[in-house]
Design a protein around this ligand. Structure first.
Ligand code: BG6
Length: 478
């Protein structure tokens, strides 16, 4: 059932790429499905002086890249859009924003609810949050702050950022986006675990040989070289997306569906990440940077726009994570992510050992959860669709539901409007994952890598294969 939501969205960075590629198309889908109808307005802010009409035109132009609906529907949607030129450091501008939001709230009867969406450069997150508070933008409705990644670039900067936004917003009103938590398969993992008792029973160190998480991309850094030079794949994909995927599959199954319980179990899991010595980082983490392809047609990373010619930023990483917990000690979690790999793959491979025969599962079975909806298979058993596998210990709880899956952002916006924080990251989770990632980054900073070390369109450096071979294992996706 669709319940119409009411809110005024204030999008900081309203003229930017994220807003146009992700937010406006998602808001439009919510508009078409009735979640947003009459009682909402969107204020886009950015420095440049634009009129409402011009802003609406830009919104409609980007919608046309994704939808072929009648112009009339798009026009109807765009009538809810308003523009406010804004300098993040100018207190007066926040007053103007506050007045505009109040006026639109009256006009659209938006229930005094506000969603403050940070789609701007991370260095402004703290400043904007503080001004929202100090200039009195908050109302007697709800006031929710949405923060995009990156949430810091190490533990210290994440703590500082968190300190700044926490002065202005209580943790319960902060929605930190990790768009992988909006993906259908990631959201369904708890359901899959809850409805497949035997699978759940097998998810521990007695029955699991190893778990592999692969987030591979065929594309390079494209036009994001500037950002990427401050990040690298470990910060860009592992600290957030891969950790959250591990959180979904490996944390203890919650007794209740409440956000607090789910997050507590995830925090406990991340808190049990086994600390590494610098020597162990050398052994258990591999980094790579792409070179041109075999024919020399593609740019090497160091030739990309806004990338230093001698950059040491990694575009590939593979690592072995371990947990000190009753459930998982002794089970390696192999993770990898890279740009310019042979294809796009987002998957979890759970490799069982031979003890699983006790549970009536074939020895050495591999269960794969496909996170992307690139084909019809959502769950594979030994590489084939679970429905055809002949093994019935795991199945997808809602048959066919995948076809109607929402886009990640659409689903996350509904959660924000409903006050549901399950699919957002909590500060305590980030603190543990940053602490872990810092150990690797610090070791890497001390050593000169031999980059570039993999050819575009290949599986990354050979050392990533050795990482598993050493333990008598091998990557399932290869
Ligand atoms: C983003 C990263 O968080 O995720 C990008 O910053 C990456 O570098 C993207 O390309 C991948 O997301 P998806 O949904 O396409 O797998």
């Amino acid at each position: 059932m669709v319940t119409e939501k009411s809110a005024i969205f204030i999008i900081f960075g309203g003229s930017g790429d994220l807003a146009h590629r992700k937010l406006y198309p998602s808001l439009f889908r919510l508009y078409k499905s009735g979640f947003l109808k009459d009682h909402f307005a969107v204020i886009g802010t950015a420095r440049r002086p634009w009129s409402d009409d011009y802003f609406r035109e830009t919104v409609i132009t980007s919608l046309k890249d994704y939808f072929d609906d009648d112009e009339e529907i798009m026009q109807g949607f765009a009538k809810h859009f308003f523009y406010q030129s804004h300098d993040v450091n100018d207190s007066e501008h926040y007053i103007a924003l506050k007045n505009l939001a109040a006026k639109l709230d009256d006009q659209f009867e938006a229930g005094h609810n506000r969603v403050y969406y940070m789609a701007i450069a991370p260095r402004f997150f703290g400043t904007v949050a503080e001004h929202i508070n100090s200039e009195g933008l908050k109302t007697d409705g709800y006031n929710r702050l949405v923060i995009e990644k990156p949430f810091g670039r190490d533990l210290d900067s994440a703590c500082e950022l968190n300190g700044n936004i926490s002065k202005a917003f209580p943790e319960n009103d902060i929605y930190r986006i990790d768009h992988y938590l909006g993906k259908k398969m990631v959201q369904d993992i708890p359901n899959i675990r809850a409805t497949n008792a035997k699978f759940e029973e097998a998810l521990n160190n007695k029955y699991v040989s190893n778990i592999q998480v692969t987030l591979a991309e065929a594309i390079g850094v494209e036009d994001r070289g500037g950002y990427y030079e401050t990040a690298g794949v470990l910060r860009d994909m592992v600290q957030n997306h891969i950790m959250q995927i591990i959180g979904a599959i490996a944390s203890d199954a919650p007794e209740a569906k409440e956000a607090d319980v789910i997050h507590k179990n995830k925090c406990d899991l991340f808190g049990s990440l086994k600390e590494m010595t610098p020597e162990q980082v050398d052994k258990d983490f591999v980094r790579g940077q792409y070179d041109t392809d075999k024919l020399g047609n593609e740019k090497a990373y160091r030739q990309e726009d806004k990338v230093a010619e001698d950059s040491n930023i990694e575009t590939y990483t593979a690592g072995k994570l371990e947990f000190d917990s009753k459930r998982w000690s002794g089970v390696p979690f192999y993770v990898r992510s890279g740009k310019r790999m042979p294809g796009k793959a987002s998957r979890i491979d759970i490799v069982f050992n031979s003890n699983v025969t006790e549970l009536g599962i074939k020895a050495n079975t591999v269960v794969t959860l496909l996170i992307e909806r690139t084909d019809n298979h959502s769950i594979l058993i030994n590489g084939i669709d679970y429905k055809e596998s002949g093994q019935d210990f795991i199945k997808f709880p809602e048959e066919g539901d995948f076809d109607n899956a929402r886009e990640a952002y659409e689903s996350l916006i509904i959660d924000i409007l409903s006050g549901d924080r399950v699919h957002f990251t909590l500060w305590d989770e980030l603190r543990s994952t940053w602490k872990y990632i810092d150990t690797v980054e610090e070791r890497w900073a001390d050593q000169q890598p031999d980059f570039p070390n993999y050819i575009s369109g290949t599986m990354g450096p050979d050392a990533a294969e050795m990482l598993l071979e050493r333990d008598g294992n091998s990557w399932i996706w290869d």
